[in-house]
Design a protein around this ligand. Structure first.
Ligand code: BDP
Length: 650
C-alpha cells in the first residue's frame, strides 16, 4: 500500500505555525458596572472550502467581502460542530478550511466612546483559526479547546454607522505536532483511490468534531482595565488566606481596591494594591459535593480599579468567585482541606447528538443533574479542556475536576520532538491561565495514554510537568498512563499515578474471573515502584443499551455491570491502602471514527448518548452513595443555583 504522510503545509496558509506568544490574561467576560457583553450565538454564514488544495478561500480572499459573494453559503449554528448538522456526508468528514461569518450590530456607546475597549473573544475554534474583522486580519490561534481574544476597538470605532463583519476561517487538520496529534495520509495507489485522495488519521478514540464549539462573545472594558487576577488560597487554623495578584493594562497610575464578599453579601476582608493577602477568620471552606454540610462555598472577590483621566475618574470592576480550600498529596492520600478525599467519579466527553461538541446549556444541566443523581464528586476533562461554563458549575456544585490538556494520542515518535513539546508547553500555559482560579480544579493532567515508554518520553514529561508546576505550584500534576509500570518513563515525575486498564475487555474476552487477580497485581506493582497515591482513571466495557444476556456476554448490559463489580471488589480493598479514586469510562456513549470495533461510536457509557441510564448506572449510583455515606458526610441541602452574588452596593 503506497501511503505517505503529508505535512500540514499542504492545507495551511503561509502563516501556519506562527501561534501567538502568550500575552495578558484571559478572564472570563463578566458583566459589571464597567463591562458589557454581547453573545454572538445563532446562525452564522458558513462555507466549507472543497477546492482540491483547500486554499481557494485564501486565493480569492473570502474575508474581504461578505461570504455570500464568494459562492453558496449555508446557515450554521454557533456554538456547534459543523459535522452532523447537515445531510451532506462530505461535510461530516470534511478536512481542511471552513469559513464562518457573522455581522454584528454594535451599540453606539461601544463605537463612539474611545474610552471603551471592544474585545472579540472566541471560546473555542477547533483546531486552527484565523480571524478578520471588516476584512482586516486580527488574530490567529492554534488549539481547539481554549479561548483567545483580540481588541478590535480601532476597527469598530470609525464612525457613527460603523459595522462589524467577523470572518473566521477554521481548519480541523491534525498533524504530528498538533495537540491532539494526527496524520494526513495521502493514498497514491490510483487503482484504488481518486487523484489527490487523503484521509485524516488520528490516534485517539473520539470523533474529531470541528467548528466554533463555544460562545463567541463581544465585550467591553474601559481602556484602563483589569487584565488578570491570580488567586491562591490556604487555611491557617480556621482563618482563610486569599493571596491575590492583579495585573492592570492601559495605565500606570491607578488605585486598586479589593473586597471579598461572602454569600450573604457582607464584606469580610478588604485590601488595596495589586498584590496582597485577604484574611477571613472562621472561613467557610470550599468542600466537594457530599463531603460537608456547606459544600462549595464561594466568596466573591471584587476588584475595583480607579484611574484619573483628563475628564475625571474612570473605573473598572471585575467579580471573581473564590473558593477557599487546600489541596495536598501524601504518599497514599489525596487531601482536600487536610482531609482524605476519594474521587468517586466519571470521565466525560463534550459530545452529544447533532451538536457534536457544541456548548449547550440544557445538556450541561442534564449532565450535572445526572452527576448528582449518581452521587459522583469528581470528573476528569478527558481528553481536552472543557468549556469555561462547565468549570464554573463545578465550582458552584462542588464537583472536583482533574483538568486535562488535549495531549491525547501522543504515540508517534515525531510527536515527541521539540516543536511538539514547545506547543504542549504553550497549551499548558493557556490552560493554567484560563483555569487557575477554579477551586474545583484540584489537579492538572498533561496527557492521556501517551506512548510513555518511548525513549524521548522521559525528557518530554519531565519538562512538561516541571513547567506546569512552575506555572502553578499550588496543584499536583499528573498524566494518565496505560504503559507498564516498569517501562513508563514519565511516571517518575507525576504526583499521583493515574492508570487506565481494560481487563477482560481488550484481552481475556469474556473472562471476568481474571479481573481481580490482574487488577490487584496492577495496583501492587505501581505502588511498590513509586509509593504514590493511585487513581484508577479509566475502566469499563461497551454495552449496547437494550442488549441483554445472562450469563453475561460482552456488549450486554449484564457484562458491563459484572465487569464493574469485579473492579469494585479490588478497589474496595486497595482504597484502604493507597487507591484514592475511581473514574468510570465513560459517563455517556460518544461518537468515534468508524471502525469494526465501534458501533456508531464508543458504547462504554453508563448512560446512552441521549443520557438515559443503562443497568451499570444504577450499580454505580448505589456504590457512590454508599461510599458517600461511609465517609460520614451528609448530603447537603439543595444548593441555590445562582453564580455567586452581586455585591449589594451595586
Ligand atoms: C482508553 C482511552 C479512551 C478510549 C478507551 C476505550 O483513554 O479515550 O475511549 O480507552 O477504548 O484507552 O474505550
Amino acid at each position: 500500500m503506497a501511503r505517505r504522510a503529508a505535512g500540514l503545509w499542504a492545507l495551511g496558509p503561509l502563516l501556519w505555525g506562527c501561534a501567538l506568544a502568550l500575552r495578558g490574561g484571559m478572564l472570563y467576560p463578566r458583566e459589571s458596572p464597567s463591562r458589557e457583553r454581547k453573545e454572538l450565538g445563532g446562525l452564522w454564514k458558513f462555507r466549507a472550502d472543497f477546492s482540491e488544495n483547500r486554499r481557494q478561500g485564501f486565493e480569492q480572499q473570502w474575508y474581504r467581502a461578505p461570504l455570500r459573494e464568494s459562492g453558496p453559503t449555508l446557515d450554521m449554528p454557533v456554538p456547534s460542530s459543523f459535522n452532523d448538522v447537515g445531510q451532506d456526508g462530505r461535510l461530516r468528514g470534511f478536512v481542511g478550511w471552513v469559513w464562518y461569518e457573522r455581522e454584528a450590530a454594535l451599540p453606539q456607546r461601544w463605537t463612539q466612546d474611545t474610552h471603551t475597549r471592544v474585545v472579540l473573544r472566541i471560546g473555542s475554534a477547533h483546531y486552527y483559526a484565523i480571524v478578520w474583522v471588516n476584512g482586516v486580519h486580527v488574530a490567529e490561534h492554534e488549539g481547539g479547546h481554549l479561548p483567545f481574544e483580540v481588541d478590535i476597538s480601532k476597527l469598530v470605532q470609525v464612525g457613527p454607522m460603523s459595522s462589524c463583519r467577523i470572518t473566521i476561517a477554521v481548519n480541523n487538520t491534525l498533524t504530528p505536532h498538533t495537540l491532539p496529534p494526527g496524520t494526513i495520509v495521502y493514498e497514491t495507489d490510483t487503482s484504488k483511490y481518486p487523484h489527490s485522495y487523503f484521509v485524516q488519521d488520528t490516534h485517539f478514540d473520539f470523533f474529531n468534531y470541528a467548528g466554533l464549539h463555544r460562545p463567541v462573545i463581544l465585550y467591553t472594558t474601559p481602556t484602563a482595565y483589569i487584565d488578570d487576577i491570580d488567586v491562591t488560597t490556604s487555611v491557617d487554623q480556621g482563618t482563610g488566606l486569599v493571596y491575590y495578584q492583579i495585573s492592570i493594562q492601559g495605565s500606570e497610575h491607578f488605585e486598586l481596591e479589593v473586597f471579598l464578599w461572602d454569600e450573604k453579601g457582607n464584606i469580610v476582608a478588604q485590601e488595596s494594591g495589586g498584590r496582597g493577602q485577604l484574611q477571613v477568620p472562621n472561613a467557610h471552606l470550599w468542600w466537594p459535593y457530599l463531603m460537608h454540610e456547606h459544600p462549595a462555598y464561594l466568596y466573591t472577590l471584587e476588584a475595583r480599579l480607579t484611574v484619573q483621566t483628563a475628564a475625571g475618574y474612570e473605573s473598572d470592576f471585575y467579580l471573581l468567585p473564590v473558593g477557599i480550600r487546600t489541596v495536598a498529596v501524601t504518599k497514599n492520600q489525596f487531601l482536600i482541606n487536610g482531609k482524605p478525599f476519594y474521587f468517586r467519579g466519571v470521565n466525560k466527553h463534550e459530545d452529544a447528538d447533532i451538536r457534536g461538541k457544541g456548548f449547550d446549556w440544557p445538556l450541561l444541566m442534564k449532565d450535572f443533574n445526572l452527576l448528582r443523581w449518581l452521587g459522583a464528586n469528581a470528573f476528569r476533562t478527558s481528553h481536552y479542556p472543557y468549556a469555561e461554563e462547565v468549570m464554573q458549575l463545578c465550582d458552584q456544585y462542588g464537583i472536583v475536576v482533574i483538568d486535562e490538556s488535549p495531549g491525547v494520542g501522543i504515540v508517534l515518535s515525531q510527536s515527541y520532538n521539540n516543536q511538539s513539546l514547545q506547543h504542549h508547553l504553550e497549551v499548558m500555559e493557556e490552560l493554567v491561565r484560563r483555569d487557575k482560579n477554579h477551586p474545583a480544579v484540584v489537579m492538572w493532567s498533561v496527557a492521556n495514554e501517551p506512548a510513555s515508554s518511548l525513549e524521548p518520553a522521559g525528557y518530554y514529561f519531565k519538562t512538561l510537568i516541571a513547567h506546569t508546576k512552575a506555572l502553578d505550584p499550588s496543584r499536583p500534576v499528573t498524566f494518565v498512563t496505560n504503559s507498564k509500570y516498569d517501562a513508563d518513563l514519565g511516571a517518575p515525575y507525576v504526583d499521583v499515578i493515574c492508570v487506565n486498564s481494560y481487563f477482560s475487555w481488550y484481552h481475556d474476552f469474556g473472562h471476568l474471573e481474571v479481573i481481580q487477580l490482574q487488577l490487584a497485581t496492577q495496583f501492587e506493582n505501581w505502588y511498590k515502584t513509586y509509593q504514590k497515591p493511585i487513581i484508577q482513571s479509566e475502566y469499563g466495557a461497551d454495552a449496547i443499551s437494550g442488549f441483554h444476556h445472562d450469563p453475561p456476554l460482552m456488549f450486554s448490559e449484564e457484562y458491563q455491570k459484572s465487569l464493574l463489580e469485579q473492579y469494585h471488589l479490588v478497589l474496595d480493598q486497595k482504597r484502604e491502602e493507597y487507591v484514592v479514586g475511581e473514574l468510570i469510562w465513560n459517563f455517556a456513549d460518544f461518537m468515534t471514527d468508524q471502525s469494526t470495533i465501534r458501533v456508531l461510536g464508543n458504547k462504554k457509557g453508563i448512560f446512552t448518548r441521549q443520557r438515559q441510564p443503562k443497568g451499570a448506572a444504577f450499580l454505580l449510583r448505589e456504590r457512590y452513595w454508599k461510599l458517600a455515606n461511609e465517609t460520614g458526610y451528609h448530603p447537603p441541602a439543595e444548593k441555590p443555583q445562582h453564580l455567586g452574588k452581586s455585591p449589594s452596593t451595586w
